[in-house]
Design a protein around this ligand. Structure first.
Ligand SMILES: Cc1cc2nc3c(=O)[nH]c(=O)nc-3n(C[C@H](O)[C@H](O)[C@H](O)COP(=O)(O)OP(=O)(O)OC[C@H]3O[C@@H](n4cnc5c(N)ncnc54)[C@H](O)[C@@H]3O)c2cc1C
Length: 489
């Protein structure tokens, strides 16, 4: 017989850990089951001879979401994690040779724009005012509450009206032209669409809120690596009595014969956990289309609904232990491609491994000396990539191609500097974390109504809910932590 206050969380990603913590705070007896032998899901880590690599997130935004989570449990974030500001936030190299450091604050950015792109600062002021209005309505309406009608009543009517005026049904790319003329700034601010795997030419202008949030609330690193967040959440969950079982794949969720309620969770080693409350942190679309939900009478219908939906983009990563220091690099660096439109065509249209990708290099040892041995640097190199439904035949020499690109982009870097390297791309994300079509951010947000097309936190069956990047409110650290809270509620 399932205990009334027992709950099972399937998946130990950030959303699953958050859901487990919130359920435990609410008095449930929680078991979290993770198929891999480590927690964290896409937010994972590797190391090689003193070189430390976060394999997923390299940037923390909206730090107040992390702080609130610890506060809810009666703890202080500072007792678990050392958050460090990343300033400058990012160094941008443009294909025509222009180099621009984004300082990491609204005021700093205004000054930097005035210096490098004179005449554009007035547009930036309007852009920030518009971003603030977006934030004031999209925060309560879309991000921090369930995607349900009752949520609309939580919006401050005055801010809401101003915000709704900002919510024009236009694309992010089109909206940017109302604020900026300089092609560098248009490219720089278009890039925020990729924070959730979107196409700037199709995703809604509301995603401009991401640029605002990053500048208003800062870019952050965690001393010791972002994986420390996973360890801290696991520690907190343990302190709250959550039972964590790694190396425990779940085969399926069991339902009552009429399909109206959850009755248990079947582990793949023949054991069943009887339970009436289940949070699925495994990718929601993979769950709805695959074995996890297959025992429900409506499984075929869910598969028909979710399998054809457009998927967000993915990423291809190269971890490099480099035996040299590179003064031209900051903690975060972007080397923009020449033709951004072609880049997004190659992700979403005529899909292929990108021929001239925009290259992101995160070098956390620039601000955190725990991340690499003296005289070396641990590089996390990320380029955009199409999801597996669009392209799956990754050539074996793609890592070699990326190293050649790095030789062309990073002054002084040569293949001979590489001491150790390992690549992974969309197939790895699918095979190791059950990411639907190997995408990082689940269903695509490439339409103006995108927010309404994510999997809702409240599942279609009593006792079932979804937490994680494919569910509301979306991917990225603060949003999946929020998703865990909403799923637990
Ligand atoms: C390369 C890369 C770079 C990124 N950069 C950033 C960044 O800079 N900033 C940022 O905020 N975000 C970033 N992200 C996104 C962020 O990592 C994700 O949005 C977030 O970690 C996803 O968390 P999640 O809760 O959805 O769980 P996931 O990470 O998807 O984890 C789900 C877990 O469920 C487990 N699971 C699946 N099926 C089963 C089963 N049947 N039984 C048991 N367990 C199961 C999986 O093994 C996995 O551990 C990045 C992601 C990647 C991949």
């Amino acid at each position: 017989m399932a205990g009334n206050n027992r709950a099972v969380v399937i998946g130990g990603g950030l959303g699953g850990l958050s859901a487990a913590i919130h359920l435990a705070i609410a008095g449930h007896r929680v078991t979290l089951v993770e198929q891999n032998d480590t927690l964290g899901g896409k937010a994972n880590h590797r190391q090689w001879e003193g070189y430390q690599f976060d394999t997923g997130p390299s940037l923390v935004t909206m730090p107040f979401v992390l702080r609130e989570l610890f506060q809810k449990a009666g703890r202080r974030l500072e007792d678990y994690l050392d958050l460090m500001p990343v300033k400058p936030a990012c160094r941008y190299y443009f294909a025509d040779g222009v180099c621009f450091d984004a300082p990491g604050s609204v005021e700093g950015m205004r000054e930097a724009i005035a210096q490098t792109f004179p005449g554009e600062e007035a547009g930036f002021d309007r852009f920030m005012a518009y971003g603030k209005r977006l934030w004031e309505v999209s925060g309560p309406a879309f991000l921090f509450n369930p995607m349900e009608a009752s949520t609309l009543f939580k919006i401050n009517p005055f801010k809401g009206l101003a915000g709704l005026a900002a919510l024009k049904p236009e694309t992010l790319q089109a909206s940017l032209k109302r604020f900026f003329k300089d092609p560098h700034l248009l490219q720089l601010f278009s890039r925020y669409a990729t924070y959730n795997g979107s196409d700037p030419a199709r995703c809604p202008a509301t995603f401009n809120v991401i640029a605002y949030v990053e500048m208003a609330f800062g870019s952050w690193h965690i001393r010791g690596g972002i994986y420390r967040l996973v360890l801290a959440l696991a520690k907190l969950a343990d302190e709250l009595g959550v039972e964590i079982r790694t190396d425990s794949p779940v085969e399926a969720v069991d339902f009552s014969s009429d399909g109206k309620a959850v009755t248990g969770v079947a582990l793949s080693r023949g054991m069943t956990l009887p339970v009436r409350r289940v949070v699925i942190n495994a990718d929601a679309v993979t769950a709805l289309c695959g074995p996890l939900m297959a025992r429900h009478p409506k499984a075929a219908r869910w598969r028909e609904t979710w399998a054809p939906r457009e998927v967000s983009g993915s990423g291809y990563v190269l971890l490099l232990a480099v035996g040299k220091r590179f003064p031209e690099l900051l903690c975060h660096n972007i080397f923009f491609c020449e033709n951004y439109e072609r880049e997004f065509r190659e992700i979403f249209g005529d899909a292929r491994p990108l021929g001239d990708p925009t290259v992101y290099i995160s070098v956390p040892c620039k601000i955190d000396d725990t991340q690499a041995p003296a005289g070396g640097e641990a590089w996390f190199v990320l380029v955009n990539a199409p999801s597996l439904d669009r392209f799956s035949g990754w050539p074996a020499d793609y890592p070699g191609f990326l190293v050649k690109r790095l030789q062309a982009l990073v002054p002084g870097f040569s293949h001979a500097d590489v001491q150790w390297s390992t690549p992974f791309g969309p197939p790895f994300l699918r095979d190791n974390y059950a990411a639907w079509q190997g995408s990082i951010y689940g269903p695509a947000s490439n339409s103006t109504k995108a927010a309404f097309f994510r999997v809702r936190n409240r599942g279609p069956v009593k006792g079932l809910s979804f937490a994680g990047g494919s569910a509301h409110p979306g991917g990225g650290i603060p949003l999946v932590l929020t998703s865990g809270r909403l799923a637990a509620q």
